[in-house]
Design a protein around this ligand. Structure first.
Ligand code: NAD
Length: 358
């Protein structure tokens, strides 16, 4: 069994080879950069050469605490002066498009935050800017690198549970929306900024669905104006099904985040530790019950890294590896257009109360 888990741990490894490393500059000095991007880059031994933010005090504070040598007054000064060949963008969703296009014109490679864009048309314009600029650009859908999820992906790929029949992701959380003031007035909220990770991962595992149906709701007394509860169902070819159920106003004080993949010869189940106590979290769990290996019941796979910050090494590492020509991008902007189309279909379904075909 230990030998068989070796294939899994090789796949989920997050180290970045020195030969792939390039200097990086960051746009945005907010909570996620401070709490996840920079701790991850430090762990991976990456060099951050500069940062900018419209809030200069915030940029100065983050730079001094994380040892970033240059704080630029604005984006154009940064692009004119920095030696960085890779730009990491982490600003609120509505601000990302224009920054992305300007960076692409400068010829620097980009890691954009999710959501890549808030609509398909903006996403297409950004992809065109990346193509015109001759750059490689990725989206920070780092759940694809989260150890438990990535390990489950590899188990499925190795055929341990046979043909996949269904996938489910269920989260019931007291999300601290107050941490994201820019999200307070977003009409499209839960799927756009949170469950987009789950929908992106379901696409990664199962490909494009035939159709989706989604319902959404708000809870009395909630902080943001947008939807905070969604239930999304998927229909795939050959009767494969999936569901995402997310509630962010859990007043039961029992946060949980579970995923499960069933196949015709076994099943995989796990938990996303981060969400049990966001943003500190706890370790993930992952178990497999395989009729193929076979495992003779449920056996645990020991997850040793966390979604925050470790998986952020994965998205940047994948981009650096692709620039060096050493690997394919796991989450390119071109590929992420499929996730934007899926998100758009889910919102269309909410608005029309109809099944939406893709
Ligand atoms: N798991 C994840 O991938 C994850 C988790 C949290 C947030 N995010 C994403 O990261 C982004 C930022 O989230 P956050 O929690 O850090 O928000 P935040 O509000 O803490 O920080 C955003 C920062 O961007 C700055 N900013 C705004 N407009 C700017 C501009 N035009 N140029 C430069 N800086 C600008 C703000 O001043 C602020 O410092 C959002 O898109 C969010 O969806 C992703």
């Amino acid at each position: 069994m230990i030998n068989q888990f070796q294939d899994i741990s090789n796949f989920v490894k997050l180290e970045i080879p020195d030969s792939n490393k390039l200097p990086i500059a960051i746009i945005g000095a907010g909570g996620i950069v401070d709490g996840a991007h920079l701790p991850a880059y430090k762990k991976a031994g990456l060099e951050i050469v500069g940062i900018t933010d419209v809030d200069q005090a915030r940029a100065n504070d983050v730079a001094s605490r994380h040892g970033i040598p240059m704080v630029y007054p604005d984006l154009s000064t940064l692009l004119r002066e920095t030696t960085a060949q890779v730009i990491d963008i982490a600003v609120p969703p509505a601000a990302q498009r224009d920054i992305f296009i300007e960076v692409a014109k400068s010829g620097r490679h980009i890691l954009a935050q999710k959501p890549f864009a808030t609509n398909i048309s903006d996403g297409e314009k950004m992809i065109k800017a990346a193509t015109d600029g001759g750059i490689i650009a990725a989206v920070n859908q780092q759940l694809r690198f989260e150890e438990g999820i990535a390990a489950a992906y590899k188990m499925v790929e190795l055929g341990w549970i046979g043909q996949v029949t269904s996938m489910s992701i269920t989260v019931n959380l007291a999300t601290p929306w107050e941490m994201f003031p820019w999200a307070q007035n977003m009409e499209k909220l839960e799927i756009m900024v949170h469950s987009i990770h789950y929908h992106d991962v379901i696409r990664w595992f199962l490909g494009e669905p035939i159709s989706v149906y989604c319902v959404a709701g708000r809870t009395k007394g909630q902080f943001p104006v947008g939807e905070t509860r969604t239930v999304s169902t998927y229909k795939f070819p050959e009767e494969v099904t999936a569901i995402v159920h997310a509630n962010h106003v859990n007043r039961g004080e029992d946060n949980y985040a579970e995923f499960r993949i069933d196949g015709d010869s076994g099943a995989i189940r796990g938990t996303l530790g981060l969400l049990y106590d966001y943003p500190t979290g706890r370790l993930d769990t992952l178990e497999v019950n395989s009729g193929i290996l076979p495992t003779n019941g449920w056996i645990p796979y020991e997850v040793t890294t966390r979604w925050f910050p470790d998986a952020f090494i994965g998205t940047m590492g994948s981009l650096l590896g692709a620039i060096a020509g050493n690997n394919q991008l796991r989450s390119s902007v071109q590929e992420n257009l499929g996730t934007l189309k899926l998100i758009s279909a889910l919102y269309e379904s909410i608005e029309t109360n109809q099944v939406v075909k893709l």
